[in-house]
Design a protein around this ligand. Structure first.
Ligand code: SF4
Length: 343
């Protein structure tokens, strides 16, 4: 039985959660937490054209594609609620999860955006998550417990099991599991062939998890590279090398995911990092924070000896054929590099 099905309980409220934005990072925490309180967490369906189109209809055209996708997933859950499949919708206001870093302003405004975008919505389960404040996460969880009418003693064990589930998820990501694999507890085997006795090409594919791991929005970039015989590492895995990540000229960004991508990007581009042959930055058009991250990485990539760099911008108009051509051209160029390190 997969982790996902094993953790779903039959009784208690059924809470819908959008399979977008923070889903890839924090779903295991909320699943363990709500299950511990006797509720079940039901994600929206994986992203499809219909989900994205529904989100586009409810959003201003200038919004980034992840926000359009998020609204599409809210719409999917709204339909599930109308069919009687869920009882409420979990919509936290993510402010900060670690250190002084905060989430992008669009994350902060999500509950308001959703309320104004749709006329009929399931009852919303909203809470502010700000770990910069004393016991911020605990207090948010206590507020949710009280909304669900669960006991305080249930809260303690639900909270502990949520922290354990989150730590296990993060450990699996550092071991190069994809979040989607970690969530269901099954890792797909990857067999990348060696090329004429040389090690396979190893590329860092960096970007916000809700872009990189959403197979529809990212146009399956990870699978495409693997089918070309490329070994892929992502930002979550590279974070395991934390001690080496600090860059002397680094400008700190204050957005949670942007800081992660920038820090790991500097590390991956470094000429001393012989393990990585090139860096692909998967970036969202119309994203303010990402425009800054991309520029910083581009400047870093121009320095002598830096690893080859490709910026892959995505939005709802990006065509699969164009994306594939760019990936193939990048991979071909790297394969011709005679100095690639032999393992
Ligand atoms: S960080 Fe960028 S892509 Fe993510 S929600 Fe904010 S604007 Fe959109």
């Amino acid at each position: 039985m997969s982790v996902e099905s094993a953790a779903t309980v039959k009784s208690g409220p059924r809470i819908g959660i959008p399979r977008a934005l923070w889903y890839y990072t924090f779903y295991p925490f909320w699943r363990a937490f709500f299950n511990g309180l006797g509720a079940s967490l039901i994600p929206s369906s994986p992203t499809t054209k219909a989900i994205l189109d529904a989100g586009i209809l409810e959003t201003v055209s200038e919004a980034c594609v992840p926000i359009k996708v998020f609204l599409g997933h809210v719409n999917d859950l709204r339909e599930k609620w109308q069919r009687g499949e869920i009882d409420m919708l979990f919509l936290p206001r993510y402010v900060s999860w670690q250190g002084g870093l905060i989430f992008c302003p669009k994350f902060l405004g999500l509950p308001d955006m959703v309320r104004y975008a749709f006329e009929a919505l399931p009852p919303l389960l909203t809470v502010r998550i700000d770990r910069r404040t004393f016991m911020g996460l605990w207090r948010a969880c206590d507020e949710l417990r009280s909304r669900l009418g669960a006991t305080r003693s249930a809260l303690v064990s639900a909270y502990r099991s949520a922290l354990r589930a989150q730590a296990a998820h993060e450990r699996r990501l550092r071991e190069n599991w994809r979040p989607t694999e970690s969530i269901v507890g099954v890792r797909r085997p990857r067999r990348i062939p060696t090329e004429n006795a040389r090690r396979p090409l190893r590329l860092a594919v960096l970007g916000y998890p809700y872009l990189v791991y959403d197979e529809y929005v990212s146009l399956g970039v990870l699978d495409k590279l693997e089918s070309m015989g490329v070994e892929v590492v992502t930002a979550e895995t590279l974070q395991a090398q934390k001690k080496q990540l600090r860059h002397p000229e680094q400008k700190d960004l204050f957005w949670h995911y942007s800081e992660m991508v920038k820090t790991v990007g500097y590390y991956a581009l470094s000429p001393t990092n012989g393990d990585i042959d090139g860096v692909i930055h998967v970036t969202a058009f119309a994203c303010g924070p990402d425009a800054m991250v991309n520029k910083l990485l581009e400047l870093e990539a121009r320095k002598e000896g830096a690893k080859p760099f490709l910026s892959l911008g995505l939005d709802e108009e990006t065509g699969e054929a164009g994306c594939l051509t760019r990936l193939e051209a990048f991979v071909d160029m790297l394969r011709r590099n005679p100095h690639r390190v032999v393992r």
